[in-house]
Design a protein around this ligand. Structure first.
Ligand SMILES: [Zn+2]
Length: 81
């Protein structure tokens, strides 16, 4: 496999222009970073992290609201855990 990666990335002065990736192509005319499989893996990872974050946030929010409701009703949140 010869040649350069065919992916385009943001670059140039100020990073606002699309330039071609200057890395050497290692597989299917893409470098290791821009190969569709690698991109897909990164996206899946980012998605999983986002989902985890959402779940964590929903749980924190639920705990907070449950705690507020308990205090409103005069119950100690610890009592119903
Ligand atoms: Zn590349």
């Amino acid at each position: 496999m010869t040649g350069h990666c065919k992916a385009t990335i943001l670059g140039g002065s100020g990073g606002w222009r699309r330039i071609s990736c200057s890395k050497k192509a290692t597989k299917d005319s893409y470098c290791g970073t821009h190969h569709p499989d690698a991109v897909k893996r990164r996206e899946a990872k980012a998605k999983a992290e986002m989902k985890e974050w959402h779940e964590k946030y929903a749980r924190l929010d639920f705990d907070k609201r449950a705690g507020d409701k308990c205090r409103e009703l005069g119950i100690q949140p610890e009592e119903i855990k």
